[in-house]
Design a binder for this molecule. Structure first.
Ligand code: MN
Length: 332
């Protein structure tokens, strides 16, 4: 199944690994794992992402090797953890992205409900809890070397997207992969301690979280909780922590709530929506795709590139979300 990767790799000396505009523990962990594996094979690797690595990911040693500039000379690129073209908004505006499109592009992903990248040469978008679960499958089939650091990055990636192996998408196979990584020398306790150390928040975020919680709004049905984050707060607090993530779980864990939505409004009026659904209410990807986005049943999002009135948008979102929730009820 993964033969094309083997073939492309054998001809490649310099490999670029790309993450989309929304780097997370899975994308960075997967990128660093591939870097470790390809380096072991004697290849030169450049890690690229158009945005800065978020502070909470900086416990993954090597995060600082991720650069914005796409190198002029390379042979092959890998895209990890995305198959959605609109998630390369910054690179799409950059001339250098045409260099990527002109060379072979291999996509390794687990977002099976997206359309894919039109410029990909080969796409391996498989059902898996995280991209690194797919990487592990590829590594087994192609008998790739797996140095311990690569194993650690894969474990971080899987633990991150599976929230510690407890999400719906976690399968027995995901757990087997983790077991294999532990056998190869990974200490989950060590990784978890490193992660927690970086989860400590700056003091200023505590009262800000209080402000956000006071602004949480519930729709008439009580099933949809929402909060809006204006540009002034994005500018002030985003470098310290993603404001949505400060409160979205508290919103989701409110009695009666099925869906939590955090809107962010940027300077130019553009809006992003992050959607999280509770167990048994898997409407996330349907809701997001109705508004032009995508994602998973329990975690999804969409963007409105034009100047958008959030109050009006939210009315539509509430209507659609309630409709989808009612359909669930009818089916059960
Ligand atoms: Mn992922």
């Amino acid at each position: 199944m993964f033969e094309p990767i083997k073939k492309q790799l054998s001809n490649a000396k310099h490999i670029v690994i790309l993450q989309a505009d929304n780097p997370d523990g899975d994308s960075l962990g997967s990128a660093l794992a591939l870097e470790a594996i390809f380096s072991e094979m004697g290849k030169q690797v450049t890690l690229c992402c158009a945005v800065d690595m978020p502070a909470h990911l900086r416990y993954l040693s090597g995060w600082d090797r991720v650069v914005k500039e796409i190198p002029q000379q390379f042979d092959l690129s890998f895209v990890v953890d995305t198959s959605t073209e609109s998630l390369f908004e910054y690179y799409e505006k950059d001339q250098s992205f045409s260099w990527i499109k002109a060379k072979p592009v291999i996509v390794i992903d687990h977002h099976t409900e997206t359309k894919g990248l039109s410029y990909a040469s080969h796409t391996f978008n498989l059902e898996a809890v995280a991209t690194s679960e797919v990487i592990h499958r590829i590594a087994e089939e192609l008998e790739w070397p797996l140095p311990v650091d690569a194993c650690e990055f894969m474990a971080i990636s899987i633990m991150s997207d599976s929230m510690g192996l407890v999400t719906e998408a976690t399968t027995a196979y995901s757990i087997e992969v983790i077991a294999d990584l532990v056998k190869r020398g990974v200490s989950l306790a060590k990784l978890e301690n490193a992660r927690r150390e970086l989860m400590r928040k700056e003091k200023v975020l505590i009262p800000y979280k209080g402000r956000l919680l006071q602004r949480v709004n519930f729709d008439d049905s009580g099933r949809i909780a929402s909060v809006t984050i204006p540009w002034s707060e994005i500018e002030e607090f985003s470098p310290l922590y993603n404001p949505s993530m400060l409160v979205i779980d508290d919103m989701r864990l409110t009695v009666g709530v099925d869906v939590a939505i955090a809107y962010k409004q940027y300077r130019d009026g553009k809006v992003t929506a992050k959607i999280r659904c509770n167990y048994g209410k898997p409407i996330g990807s349907d809701l997001a795709s109705y508004f032009g986005g995508g994602g998973h049943p329990y975690a999804s999002g969409f963007k409105k590139m034009e100047k958008t009135n959030i109050a009006e948008l939210h009315q539509e979102v509430v209507a659609k979300a309630n409709e989808l929730l009612d359909t669930l009820k009818d089916n059960s």
